[in-house]
Design a protein around this ligand. Sequence first.
Ligand code: NAD
Ligand code: ZN
Length: 375
Amino acid sequence: MTAILDITTEAAVPTPTCRTIVAPGALARLPEFLPKLRPGGRVFVISDSNVAFRYSTSVYSALIDADIRSELIVFLAGEEHKSLDTAESCWRELSRHKAQRGDVIVALGGGVVGDLAGFVASTYLRGIRVVQVPTTLLAMVDSAIGGKTGIDLDGKNDVGSFYLPDVVLIDPEVLGTLAPRVFTEGLAEVIKYGLLDEDLLDMLEERIDELDTTEAGLAALTDIIAWCARYKSEVIERDPQETQPDGRVLLNLGHTLAHGLETATGYSQLLHGEAVAIGMVFALQLSAELGVLEDDRLMGRLVRLLRAVRLPEAYTGQVDAKAVLEAMSRDKKNDQADTTRFVLPRSAGSMKVQRVDNKLVARQVRYFLNPRSSD
Ligand SMILES: NC(=O)c1ccc[n+]([C@@H]2O[C@H](COP(=O)([O-])OP(=O)(O)OC[C@H]3O[C@@H](n4cnc5c(N)ncnc54)[C@H](O)[C@@H]3O)[C@@H](O)[C@H]2O)c1
Ligand SMILES: [Zn+2]
């Protein structure tokens, strides 16, 4: 039950190859997978308060057993701490400990830790190597893969860099301590990969009920996580910095409406994955409306998967459609005023990236959020 994948991209610094390992129990084997340290080199583990509380001791013991010195830098859990203040305190801790280029940072945590520690690693001494050890499902299949790092300023991820880790070490066993709702939101990104890759969609339909952290579930989770990580790695290899029309942009499937909903509801009602689940249903409806959707069974397949894991397929709370639309048009991935770019499915595994007139988008969003209204 071990999968090893490599991404090689010439655009990557400091090393052009990033190795991803997916294996239950991998956390205790961290020393085996570390890049070579300078003589006397140290490992700086950056983590948040929740993850450090649960896992820093086992990481520390594994490093001690391998005769590797380490320091732990912990910040408070939560998106609000993916900030310049936290980055500064990490830089200062690294400086206080006289961290050097031949040392290694280990980012131990979910996407918040991965983004922040990756950013700190990419900037400290102009770049110190980083190993990503993602501990949420979302981070395992998405944020830890591909080298996007960042912190929030006025908006999310306003400051950041592209900086591939040397290694991504994924231990699905750690998902056992995740809050159930946070585990489930990660499945939305997994289902997104299913729409992008029909073989994965078939596999998900067979195994969706197995995906939990029991022993049997871990085998299925390991296969599915490795599949998603491989899919994203291949996209990154083709399009390391999001410049290609059919590269990283495809990963935004479901995210256009999701960002609008998350922003308009103040990031307080929906988890990101829940918003993506709703956003995927919207993207399919829009695709059908525009005559792009060719496979009319796809919506049923998506909705069955979402229901199987209890992800939402519609937003049932109160939200101002105007605020959703405004947030969608302000999205930094959208650079034209009168149209919005969508990833529209034609069929499983076949997408069309299309700019859609904002008047039509507004009509569709209003109807989607309030299907009983006639305006
Ligand atoms: N870099 C990218 O390409 C990329 C892609 C998608 C999302 N992101 C970023 O990822 C972040 C969201 O990541 P996330 O959803 O992993 O959130 P998160 O890192 O905030 O983790 C969610 C919660 O779970 C806790 N946690 C993490 N692992 C745990 C475990 N094994 N057991 C118990 N608790 C655990 C965390 O402390 C936190 O409270 C956002 O900031 C987003 O911008 C980045
Ligand atoms: Zn996402």
